[in-house]
Design a protein around this ligand. Structure first.
Ligand SMILES: [Zn+2]
Length: 164
């Protein structure tokens, strides 16, 4: 994606108040991020561990989404596969992130949840730019371009749910 300015990022949010968008913590070192290798900008709030954000281009417009990590302990089986980039993680490498829906639905408390790489660095995992001993990617018959296209398509479906 192209490099975004602080203003563009703050103005892109669709599921929080303008005040919240003005105050939220942006990723450090914006200008030094490897933008050309990012399919979307995703980050966890350095000052609030239960918050995360992602900003992506969709149909020619920027869509920013605020995410929460629910504090409720779940009894349901927890996924260790990112639903966006299909990277398999161990331990807490995948987090359930929920987004308040945009508009009226969100104001009524409607949310959409998704299991995603906890650090939101899907683009870098897909490209093999980020890994750890505990991270593995399944053997893929898809080429890199197709894996990137799949990540973007999965993200697009998630954003469609938030915006619906
Ligand atoms: Zn991922």
């Amino acid at each position: 994606m192209r490099a975004l300015s602080e203003n563009e990022i703050r103005e892109s949010f669709v599921n929080c108040s303008k005040g919240e968008a003005r105050r939220l913590n942006l990723p450090r070192g914006l200008s030094e991020l490897p933008w050309e290798e990012l399919d979307f900008l995703g980050w966890r709030d350095p000052g609030a561990p239960d918050r995360g954000y992602l900003v992506a281009e969709r149909e020619g417009a920027l869509v920013g989404v605020t995410l929460r990590v629910p504090s409720v302990r779940r009894s349901l089986a927890k996924s260790n596969i990112c639903s966006l980039c299909v990277t398999v993680h161990a331990g807490s490498g995948v987090a359930l992130l929920t987004a308040r829906r945009a508009g009226v639905a969100g104001r009524e408390g409607n949310t959409v949840g998704n299991y995603v790489c906890a650090d939101l660095a899907c683009s870098l995992y897909v490209r093999g730019r980020k890994k750890s001993a505990l991270v593995s990617r399944p053997e893929e018959s898809l080429g890199l371009d197709e894996q990137i296209a799949r990540t973007v398509a999965n993200l697009d479906a998630f954003l469609a749910q938030v915006l619906a």
